[in-house]
Design a protein around this ligand. Structure first.
Ligand SMILES: [Zn+2]
Length: 158
């Protein structure tokens, strides 16, 4: 279990494309670097809890440029659930994240609730199991348009 993979907004970092590229796939790393015009060696992410120390600044939305991370740092919070705007459901940024992750059948508010209650360990184990390829068992990327597992090249879900 790697606690660094507990996303501050309720996202599971173990299924992030940047993290998976960095951990398992030189090819995926090269393609991300090309796509965002960066050095391959810069495509690094150890998870949300470590982004300030070891994270990628070349992606427009993730890594060091994550808007949620910046917002949390500005307000001095570690997790979104510490923020009154989140609690009162009036944070537009988090609502947008929730809508996007709902398409992947991920409930970010539910995830944060578990993390807040101290259930990170079981939550991480469940997420690790959930984001695996049905063919090879390798950890996969949570994405709306992922049709190939980066380990075995088969559809990760069928
Ligand atoms: Zn596979």
């Amino acid at each position: 279990m790697d606690r660094r993979l507990i996303g501050r907004c309720g996202v599971y970092c173990g299924a992030c494309e940047i993290h998976r590229a960095y951990k398992d796939s030189p090819a995926l790393r090269v393609s991300l670097a090309q796509k965002h015009n960066c050095e391959v060696g810069d495509v690094v992410c150890e998870g949300c809890q470590q982004v300030h120390a070891r994270g990628w600044a070349g992606h427009p939305e993730w890594g060091k440029n994550c808007r949620v991370l910046k917002c949390l740092a500005q307000h001095g919070f570690r997790f979104c659930f510490e923020c009154p705007d989140y609690v009162l459901e009036r944070c537009q940024l988090h609502s947008e994240m929730c809508a996007s992750y709902a398409l992947l059948e991920e409930d970010l508010r539910g995830n944060l609730e578990r993390i807040k209650k101290g259930e990170s360990r079981t939550w991480l184990a469940e997420q690790d199991k959930r984001w695996r390829c049905v063919h090879c068992g390798g950890p996969i990327v949570a994405s709306h348009n992922l049709y190939r597992c980066h380990h075995c090249n088969q559809h990760p879900r069928y």
